[in-house]
Design a protein around this ligand. Structure first.
Ligand code: SF4
Ligand code: SF4
Length: 353
């Protein structure tokens, strides 16, 4: 589990356990949820539609053996049921907001009963943009509820009537993979529900989503040219575990995700000019587009592209392998310095190693 999130979660639990620090604990809980939701927003905004119904880890056990679409639906459907149908008894965001129609979801349940092909089929049907909006609506309503919670509310438990209401709502499938959920939730007090599903459950599924998206990126990169359009080597890049390369639809490089159309300016320019990469361009040395606009801080990228221009891609990959096997660093910028000619000289020296 992500150390920061896990520590924040532990600290939050300790804070809400004492009346004097309860408000601080709720504040921390909302902060943690905001951080986790940022990860979700990043995935929804940067990954292509096809990514949301892939099952890259197959149909096994574990939270990562699902799809991105299912993870979104499941996490927030559970929160909607628990916070609004169980705790508040009368608010039902999915139905009140017309979200089932908007999301095109064929189910109103938590999705625990789905696996394999049925899980993929369900994921294909979901309108991801609307599902994300539903998730946001659920989070906002729950946050509001949490902000109004009092320390004494934490001990509140649930009755047989509450249980019956959930059963009758049919929000949880009667399938044995799902039906246990009602007894599980009803057996907890509100303090227990803050852990599952309002915090730890989020951490588990956001982490699973990260694993799924990283795996999709690795799969996308297989067999693809490992030299990026700008001249960087994807295999040696410090973002390699979570970026699927600018030569695939899984490009999550920092420039691509900050460009309005999701395409890095260097990639767009090369495609427009019909070039394999910036190393084929006469304007490379003085270019000020995309990564090259950042000047000294990205000097290494221009240096690598110029090195390819002087030699070839294979030679750059060979030198990069050598540098990485003999030197410890995170970004190649740390090795190649802030001057083009100096950087080229450094690469030539390593070439002789
Ligand atoms: S950030 Fe650029 S170099 Fe790094 S993996 Fe992504 S496309 Fe490749
Ligand atoms: S003009 Fe700049 S961004 Fe465009 S291909 Fe040439 S070097 Fe790359």
């Amino acid at each position: 589990m992500n150390k920061d999130w896990s520590e924040k979660n532990k600290k939050m639990q300790a804070l809400i356990s004492k009346e004097a620090t309860f408000d601080e604990g709720i504040k921390l809980l909302i902060e943690l949820r905001t951080e986790l939701f940022e990860q979700i927003s990043f995935i929804v905004k940067t990954f292509p539609p096809v990514a949301f119904y892939q099952l890259p880890f197959g149909d096994g056990e574990g939270n990562h053996c699902t799809t991105l679409a299912w993870s979104l639906w499941h996490t927030f459907r559970i929160e909607d049921i628990v916070s609004h149908e169980l705790i508040l008894k009368n608010k039902r965001i999915l139905f009140d907001g017309g979200w089932q129609e908007k999301t095109s979801s064929p189910i109103i349940t938590t999705g625990n009963e789905l696996a394999g092909d049925t899980l993929i089929e369900f994921s294909k049907k979901l309108n991801i943009k609307a599902t994300y909006d539903y998730c946001k609506a659920v989070m906002d309503f729950t946050n509001e509820m949490l902000e109004h919670l009092k320390f004494e509310d934490l001990k509140k438990t649930f009755t047989g009537e509450d249980r019956e209401r959930l059963v009758e709502s049919k929000c949880v499938s009667s399938d044995e993979r799902a039906s246990w959920l009602i007894d599980y939730w009803c057996g907890k007090n509100i303090k227990g529900l803050i852990q599952m599903p309002f915090s730890r459950h989020w951490i588990m599924h956001v982490e699973a989503m990260q694993r799924i998206k990283n795996k999709l990126c690795q799969q996308a990169k297989k067999g693809v040219d490992q030299i990026a359009y700008c001249g960087l080597s994807c295999g040696h890049c410090f973002l390699t575990s979570w970026c699927g390369s600018c030569r695939t639809i899984y490009n999550t490089c920092s420039y691509a995700i900050s460009s309005p159309d999701g395409v890095c300016p260097n990639t767009a320019c090369c495609k427009e000019k019909g070039l394999d990469g910036c190393y084929e361009c006469d304007e490379l040395y003085n270019c000020k587009k995309g990564f090259y606009a950042l000047g000294k801080d990205t000097n290494a990228i221009r240096v690598m592209a110029l090195f390819i221009q002087r030699h070839d891609k294979k030679e750059l990959l060979k030198v990069m392998d050598t540098i990485h096997s003999k030197k410890k660093f995170e970004k190649i910028q740390e090795v190649l310095g802030y001057d083009v000619e100096e950087g080229l000289k450094i690469l030539e020296e390593w070439r002789g190693n």
